[in-house]
Design a protein around this ligand. Sequence first.
Ligand SMILES: C[S@@+](CC[C@H](N)C(=O)[O-])C[C@H]1O[C@@H](n2cnc3c(N)ncnc32)[C@H](O)[C@@H]1O
Ligand code: SF4
Length: 407
Amino acid sequence: MATRALHTVRQARPGSARADVPLASVLADHPPASDSLGLYIHVPFCAKRCHYCSFNTAPLDESAMVRYLAALERELDLLGDLEWAPRVRVETVFFGGGTPSLLDPEALAAILVRLRRRFGVAADAETTVECNPESVTRTKLEAYRAAGVNRLSLGVQSLDDGILPRLGRLHDRRGARLAFEASRDAGFSNVSVDLMYGLPGLDLEGWSRTVDAVLDWQPDHLSAYGLTLDAGSLWGAAGVGGLPPEETVVEQYWQLTRVAAERGFEHYEVSNYARPGFRSRHNQIYWRAAEYLAAGPGACGFVGGVRYANVRATPRYCETLEEGRLPLDTFEELTPGQRSAERLFLGLRTADGVPAPWLEARRQGDASLRRTLAAWRDARLLAEGDDRVRLTEAGFLLSDALFIELL
Ligand SMILES: C[S@@+](CC[C@H](N)C(=O)[O-])C[C@H]1O[C@@H](n2cnc3c(N)ncnc32)[C@H](O)[C@@H]1O
Ligand code: SF4
């Protein structure tokens, strides 16, 4: 069973750019089909790299931060200059990282002011900041809120003081709880917590203690990812001991799904749980294969049928913008077949599933796929009801393996 690869939070980077197409014109030539978009902003700095992490991030350096902030403002200006920009409305903004909570409130406010100057931003736009517990205080969070942030995603990962330092985290159990309390005290009524399972040294009892304690805080949303390791992380490159066996990882998944349901959370995506009304609007844009812009080093976007990625290295990202160009690195124009496959796979990651005809279209004339789908239905991995098809929670657990069979 492919659980370790299953709950990945990474997005695939698009394929390589076509040599005959100037990168700068890609966004100009591909206006969005929709008049509402999400915006992902990548903040590429952390106080320290965690041992499991392969995200695009580097140690914080004040002068690099100043240069990055200037480049980001330029990027928002260039995006705002696109001929189609006045026609679209930004419905969600997500500051991801890296560690966006390293941003001074003044810097974060300046980014949002710049954005509102260049784009129509919905009055109720969901505006999320990923926060590391050790980098927030009530005062800082109050200032974020005053700047227009209305949702926080707090990277707790674990509440086990034996495990947190092994991960390379800078907070402990108490610091995580204080950060959560600070977010409520600052007035945030939409707070999500990130957890990880399948961690070295984590047994079922330890995981249960973390889940119960976090749910006692009464967050509005929970994301829980099974550990994945790739070569870009210290552990992926050097290896790590003490990983729990596959059966334990599976039990950890089931433990969370059970307890989250008991506490009134809906398991609305493979790795995500929400109290009613608190699904992440931004992430739902991804899962519905809807359109979103990207800003910041290495950030990926999808507009006008084109998936694109920015230059990944922060110095080169800054250089490109200083030269007055959008920092696109690669793009891929999806064929209609690729788009419908993406919509299918992304939709099946959610509890809403997909309209039955989407799967029917693939099933037509494919006897082997019909047999596979019948076997999944019999094994209760897939539920075909009314006019939609959904994976069950057992299906979520195996979704990556199932998708390989669907391809
Ligand atoms: C992009 S990270 C940034 C969040 C923030 N810097 C932090 O660490 O709390 C978002 C989430 O991805 C998850 N994550 C990062 N690396 C992972 C890995 N190798 N396996 C599974 N989940 C991972 C963690 O739960 C983390 O909170
Ligand atoms: S997990 Fe978060 S804090 Fe740790 S290195 Fe990755 S982005 Fe930075």
